[in-house]
Ligand binder design. Structure first.
Ligand SMILES: *[C@@H]1O[C@H](CO)[C@@H](O)[C@H](O)[C@H]1NC(C)=O
Ligand SMILES: *[C@@H]1O[C@H](CO)[C@@H](O)[C@H](O)[C@H]1NC(C)=O
Ligand SMILES: *[C@@H]1O[C@H](CO)[C@@H](O)[C@H](O)[C@H]1NC(C)=O
Length: 411
């Protein structure tokens, strides 16, 4: 990378976001994203310690070597049938995972994205065999203790989700889901779910309270089955997943929210897609994550959440919202008022790596979303608001970014 292209411009004070341990989805269905080296400081700026990819882009995995950032790499739906062959799976793991370890901390492989809700039985039939082959490859390569194998589901695998205690999987999918849960349980792997309260709101803005979906103050609902009180939809959705897992006997399976977020822009009929709402959703979500509390049904389980997404992705098909979930615009500036000002980067012209699973799932309306943020930029009070547990991290992020700025400003 030539220094002239590096040209990182600092557009103001970089304020670290208040983050305990947040993850971010790094989708790349775009032709205007900065190169991965430029993305490293942005990931640090938002305080993310975990990144989820939809592929195993070598440029990204190399750029993040020795950064300490943990990765979930993805194996797209289009590879599932090929991966049912253990030899193919082993070759893939060698070339896409093993070669980056240990410098790049790949901790998990997400095999397929929202496979079961495509209702494609031949694709669904490949899912567990592909996961098993990939796991076997990890065992053969002695990597299974550090890399787990899982798959991300849409909340649409639930037949019922409200009230949360009635959560249950779609009847027609149970036969397929149960053996996957067994696999996850035996291999100590997490259950991943993509959850977008935005879609619930968009589908029925008259009935669904905007405050309830945006984590704003509201009366909430009481689950008549448990008497637990819910004041936001995401927690209700997560607890519905726990209930569904419990009903099949997998009460202890850890759940991670592999995607959630809110678009800053949408088509006319996409009620609710706006910078103001995106900022509220993601900002309030981050605050919740920082409180290190769980959901009403699982108060002692940390929320393990990957925000969707790092960037607006201009080549994603579907409604306008699909291209506007990013925390950042392609030039590295925040999509809306975040608590930090971002870094303007010259266009790296990094081309799309064609996260196939991601684009295909967007057509089903569930891949995607975006952001979060911190309190308004006020460089003097920003740190004071940070809880003691995160203060140190925030400061070190700040120091690192400040130094990065100094050295880059020389160009
Ligand atoms: C898949 O099947 C379910 C249950 O029959 C249905 O509700 C859903 O709309 C279908 N989804 C797609 C993408 O066809
Ligand atoms: C990026 O790509 C566009 C269109 O292909 C080109 O015009 C532009 O010069 C490129 N920018 C850089 C920095 O390479
Ligand atoms: C920042 O905080 C100081 C002290 O609380 C206040 O006086 C100032 O108006 C704030 N600035 C902004 C931009 O909010």
């Amino acid at each position: 990378m030539e220094d002239s292209k590096l040209a990182l411009l600092f557009t103001g004070f970089l304020l670290p976001v208040l983050v305990a341990s947040v993850g971010i989805n790094y989708g790349q269905i775009a032709n205007n994203l900065p190169s991965p080296e430029h993305v490293v400081p942005l990931v640090k700026a938002i305080g993310a310690t975990r990144v989820k990819l939809y592929d195993a882009d070598p440029k990204v995995l190399k750029a993040f070597a020795n950064t300490g950032v943990e990765f979930i790499v993805g194996l797209g739906n289009e590879y599932l049938s090929k991966m049912t062959d253990p030899a193919n799976a082993q070759a893939w793991v060698k070339a896409n995972v093993q070669c980056y370890l240990p410098a790049t901390k790949i901790t998990s492989i997400a095999v397929g994205n929202e496979v079961l809700t495509f209702n494609d039985t031949s694709l669904s039939g490949c899912l567990l065999p592909a996961m098993q082959s990939v796991h076997t490859a990890l065992v053969n390569l002695k990597l299974d203790s550090q890399v787990t194998v899982t798959t991300a589901h849409s909340v649409a695998i639930l037949q019922s989700s409200y009230p949360p205690s009635t959560g249950a999987f779609r009847q027609d999918l149970k036969g397929c889901i149960a053996p996957i849960l067994d696999f996850l349980s035996k291999t100590c792997s997490p259950f991943l779910i993509n959850a977008y309260p935005f879609f619930a709101y968009k589908a029925d803005p008259k009935q669904v309270s905007l405050d309830f979906v945006l984590f704003q103050p509201n009366a909430g609902i009481v689950d008549p089955g448990t008497k637990l009180h819910y004041d936001n939809m995401l927690f209700a959705q997560i607890d519905a997943v726990y209930a569904a897992l419990s009903s099949l006997g997998y009460k202890k399976l850890p759940v991670q929210i592999s995607e959630t977020g809110w678009p800053s822009k949408g088509d006319e009929d996409e009620i609710g897609a706006s910078p103001e709402n995106a900022k509220k959703y993601n900002g309030n979500l981050l605050k919740l994550i920082n409180q290190k509390k769980g959901t009403p049904a699982r108060p002692n389980s940390d929320l393990n959440i990957f925000v969707f997404a790092m960037f607006n992705e201009n080549m994603k098909p579907g409604p306008t919202s699909e291209r506007n979930y990013g925390l950042f615009k392609p030039d590295g500036t925040p999509s809306y008022g975040l608590g930090f000002s971002g870094i303007a980067v010259s266009s790296g012209n990094s081309t799309s790596t064609g996260s196939g699973s991601s684009s295909s799932s967007s057509s089903s309306g569930t891949n995607g979303p975006s952001i979060y943020l911190s309190p308004p930029a006020n460089s003097s009070s920003g740190y004071l608001a940070i809880s003691s547990s995160t203060e140190r991290f925030a400061w070190s992020t700040w120091a690192m970014l400040g130094m990065g700025f100094m050295s880059m400003a020389a160009y």
